[in-house]
Design a protein around this ligand. Sequence first.
Ligand SMILES: *[C@@H]1O[C@H](CO)[C@@H](O)[C@H](O)[C@H]1NC(C)=O
Length: 232
Amino acid sequence: MSALSRYVDLSQPSMWVAVGSICFNPLFWNFVARQEYRNKLLTKLALGRPYLGCYLLGVTIFGLGILRDHLYQHALSEQPTLPLLHYTEFKLVAAAVFAWGSILVGSSMWALGYTGTYLGDYFGILMDHKVESFPFNVTSSPMYTGSTLCFLGTALWYEAPAGLLLTLLVYVVYQVALSYEDPFTGAIYARREAERAAAAKGKGQPAGALEGGDGDAPEASTSAVRRRRGEL
Ligand SMILES: *[C@@H]1O[C@H](CO)[C@@H](O)[C@H](O)[C@H]1NC(C)=O
């Protein structure tokens, strides 16, 4: 306990502001996204336009992320440092970890696109296929893994053990968020698949027909998606 109080100054308000921001962000987007899914809250605020609603949510989430990163860095700047981490080797590790984290975050945003990144699924804007290319072939949740690594790299860079503690908090908060998000989005896509299957059946197509069914299948699936969009 004494080692903890020597290297982590819990009396700094900035530390608690960072804790609050780290916990608030995933709570916020999960709460708002579910409100959208259930009550179309954001689509209503965006005058009936789901794409605009998703765009505005994305801007808000992005802004909250920038604010959180700023509050985190500010908190670390007021925390005690661990002299061991002052070595150049640790700076290199810090930079490498941060760079890898940024690559995971950036490439998953690239792979998912704007609406895929910013919870478009909850607006009825679904991805056509599950993305399995890089970085999703490295980790199942590259956005969260990458973000956590960026927190870790920053903690090492600032030589602050308090940052390692906050990184642990980030990890836990993301695990909790995933345990909420994964089953929920899983159910959204399962419903879409059921609708696609029903649409294909309605057209007299045997499920899973590839040869000859190719011409109709994409049309059937887009109409299912369109219907779904109308319905949302
Ligand atoms: C993931 O995909 C990329 C190319 O998209 C490839 O270079 C890499 O080796 C793959 N990684 C794994 C672990 O399969």
